[in-house]
Design a protein around this ligand. Structure first.
Ligand code: ZN
Ligand code: ZN
Length: 289
């Protein structure tokens, strides 16, 4: 589609419906989350489903008592996710790993010759991930190609199962794996979010919560009796899945902090940030004298 023209049209639509959220628009389509009164979000879905350009788009609906975003933020991109491959780039619309339903995923993940790769960031992983999955310790999505090339021997001859939050990052990453010569490449269709909603698998074998990019931060996945919290408060070590941003604006690091510790540590992620914040406050005080 003509992403540039559609971008403007989509922004007007969201504003008219009073929606808030974060949306990326590219040639291949759009991806993101919006929040608003259910009458408006229903209207939004109806309009997108009727539109030739966005027909067939997959929606996942959660109820929430208030807006999940502070504002509306729509961005135009060359592609929804990038692996920074330069001249070797390809379209995930043409090449991508086989989609697995939650039930298929549940079976394949336990095969002897399967390797599950988590295609997300470390802070997403720390809140929750699949039992037995592998987290490539990369700083950003763009570093995945190099990681794959370095770990080729570990992946060779395996059934490679990739997953991410909603499935978008895997469209690209699994396509890349195929282009690198791996043959059995699969992706969890609709991502962790769809897996958690499936009435049959009920999120089984997912540990902790799924990190999401809105004010909810974490959503439940595992609805079986085995549901657990895997993270701990950074300060006291008690079981805790409460993510808090460091109070020092220059750090702002998301860290686990239990309610009991929050007052004590004043929201700073560690003592270094706490001291730095005091110093910068003092410096500001001095400058204004
Ligand atoms: Zn604590
Ligand atoms: Zn900090």
């Amino acid at each position: 589609m003509d992403a540039g023209g559609y971008f403007e049209e989509h922004r007007i639509l969201c504003e008219r419906l009073g929606l808030r959220g974060r949306i990326l628009i590219a040639e291949e389509g759009l991806n993101g989350t919006v929040s608003g009164p259910s009458k408006m979000t229903e209207e939004y879905m109806r309009i997108l489903q009727r539109d030739e350009r966005t027909k067939g788009i997959e929606f996942k609906v959660d109820s929430s008592r208030a807006h999940a975003f502070p504002k509306l933020d729509i961005k135009l991109r060359n592609e929804l996710v990038t692996l920074a491959l330069g001249e070797d780039d390809f379209s995930s619309m043409e090449e991508t790993g086989r989609h697995l339903s939650p039930a298929e995923w549940r079976v394949l993940m336990e095969k002897e010759d399967a390797v599950m790769i988590d295609v997300r960031n470390q802070y997403e992983w720390e809140l929750g991930h699949f039992e037995g999955a592998l987290l490539p310790r990369v700083q950003s999505f763009r570093e995945f190609p190099e990681w794959v090339r370095r770990n080729r021997s570990q992946l060779k001859g395996k059934k490679i199962l990739t997953y991410c939050t909603g499935g978008v990052r895997c469209e690209k990453f699994s396509g890349f794996l195929l282009r690198e010569g791996f043959e059995e490449v699969f992706q969890l269709g609709g991502g962790i979010v769809s897996y958690g909603r499936d009435p049959a698998v009920q999120g089984e074998k997912f540990l902790g919560k799924c990190y999401v990019f809105d004010e909810r931060i974490g959503v439940e996945v595992n609805r079986t009796v085995d549901a657990t919290i895997i993270s701990r408060c950074d300060h006291c070590g008690t079981t805790c899945d409460r993510y808090v941003n460091c109070s020092w604006s220059q750090c702002n690091r998301q860290h686990f902090c239990c309610e009991a510790c929050e007052d004590d540590v004043m929201g700073y992620c560690n003592s270094v940030c706490r001291k730095a914040a005091v110093v910068s406050l003092a410096a500001r005080g001095h400058a204004s004298d």
